[in-house]
Design a protein around this ligand. Sequence first.
Ligand SMILES: NC(=O)c1ccc[n+]([C@@H]2O[C@H](COP(=O)([O-])OP(=O)(O)OC[C@H]3O[C@@H](n4cnc5c(N)ncnc54)[C@H](OP(=O)(O)O)[C@@H]3O)[C@@H](O)[C@H]2O)c1
Length: 371
Amino acid sequence: MDRFLMSSNHPNRQYTVAVLGATGLVGSLITQLLEERHFPVGTFKPLASERSAGGTVLFKGQPVTVEVACPQAFDGVDIVLSSAGGVVSALLVPEAVARGAVVIDNTSFFRMQAGVPLVVAGVNDQALAQHQGIIANPNCSTAQLMPVLKALHEAAGLKQVTVSTYQSVSGAGKAGLDDLMDETEHNLGDTCPAPHCVRPSQFERKNFKRPMAFNLIPQIDSFIYEDGLEAGYTKEELKLIHETRKILNLPDLAITATAIRVPVLVGHSEAVTVALERPLSVAETTALLAKTPDVVVATSYEDYHTPRETAGTDPVYVSRIRRDTANPATGLHLWVVSDNLRIGAALNAVRLAESLHAQGLVHPASVGVSV
Ligand SMILES: NC(=O)c1ccc[n+]([C@@H]2O[C@H](COP(=O)([O-])OP(=O)(O)OC[C@H]3O[C@@H](n4cnc5c(N)ncnc54)[C@H](OP(=O)(O)O)[C@@H]3O)[C@@H](O)[C@H]2O)c1
């Protein structure tokens, strides 16, 4: 029996597309990418909170009025690209689905729910076919790891993964960016002898609870306090652990993480240590990742990638590939850098919309599989 009404797969179909959180860092980039990548948008609906409603965002050179995100705003919408925070998604995503839309959600709210595909474009697109109205985008630090870990697993079997992340402040949205810029200016004003360096009289952190300028913070999201194996981890670290297992369909993968916020504007970096089932040399790993879609590999030691130098570009960059001195037989270290706003959020969301369109999967939840 056909599981879907394939009649929804019209190559020339145009969609009514809502961007929920259109005024945010991720939503603005989604809007830009829909335009740049020529997604078949018939009608474009930017949605945000009352703070931004009535303002405009530019789409295809035209100002489009931002509407308040409320259940009725999704009437007639085919696709929602959602990035307005977990609380908003919890409230509004089911309303959009009930009105017949497919939602690609960037927040963490639905990611681990059964029946919600958690998808990285180019890694596990096949999971899209199981959607029941909601598709989740993984956390930014998870997303950039996936093409790399998938390739290593298919070639040599992943036995154990240890990740330390160095995550930029844009991962915390506009407020994170503002905090770093304002605090940097404020701190320089304190010490700079030049007459123009006037310390801004007022500085109040909007997002971070500890100094972000000239510092780093070994906490992203809140701590787990309950007794057990996960006690003392942050939710960000657990997202990386659990989402990786779900995306790669490796529920028992031995993986652990430490997530650190660093004073970088855009671009997350990750120091990754893997133990493999079968040995892979550095040369074999380099060759393997060089032919992995979406991945760019450094060709010399000095050719390593930094977040500032790669921000604004699409690939996942891998460098510093070397054997693990603590596990020379099957261990490798890698340095993985990517633009968190792109593959970690907006680009992945738009690529998933493209994949849904190409596969004829833009349909109401009632038409999809029931499990
Ligand atoms: N930044 C990243 O690298 C990244 C990566 C992956 C996932 N995400 C997730 O994506 C989401 C947004 O991230 P962001 O970086 O774009 O944050 P952001 O820059 O702070 O933008 C937040 C957006 O949500 C809107 N919003 C806030 N409260 C709302 C409400 N009550 N009703 C409707 N809209 C509301 C804001 O609208 P106003 O202008 O009206 O305030 C704004 O458009 C978060 O859940 C985040 O975890 C972010």
